[in-house]
Design a binder for this molecule. Sequence first.
Ligand code: FE
Ligand code: FE
Length: 168
Amino acid sequence: MGFFSKDIKSLDDLFVHTLRDIYYAEKQIVKSLPDMVEKATNPMLREGFQKHLEESKGHVARVEQVFEMHGETAKTVNCPAIDGILAEANEVAGEVDDKQVLDAALIAAAQAVEHYEITRYGTLIEWAKQLGRDDCAEVLKQNLDEEKATDKKLTELAESKVNLQAAE
Ligand code: FE
Ligand code: FE
């Protein structure tokens, strides 16, 4: 189903479509994070990726909860945006030999992922409120808060350690 599919007639349809998009994205992220844990050298980065892998499994579960609350079966819709971000991350990581530079590349890739999630959850929360589903907005907000915290931690790690080491 394309973004401008005729199946999307209302804000409610758009909400459900976008929920399917982030559901797909979260599942792809859960598949990709173990590889990033393995590639990371800095112990804090490894630990951070590992922690966010566990959190991301929780994100999948919360999105499933929102589907259920909204009376929809949990389904995915292909999301070329997240596929592209993850493919590019893999490609760049494959080209970097220096371990410290690779860590910087992994952080950059992870932040692109977080920002994608942040934009999707931000939109979903506003639409949920508009649709009178403050309960759904509340659950989605928990995912958004964890994405924002992860993004912030990645920035701190890059600024305090990884970028400096990569530049040496
Ligand atoms: Fe997530
Ligand atoms: Fe995330």
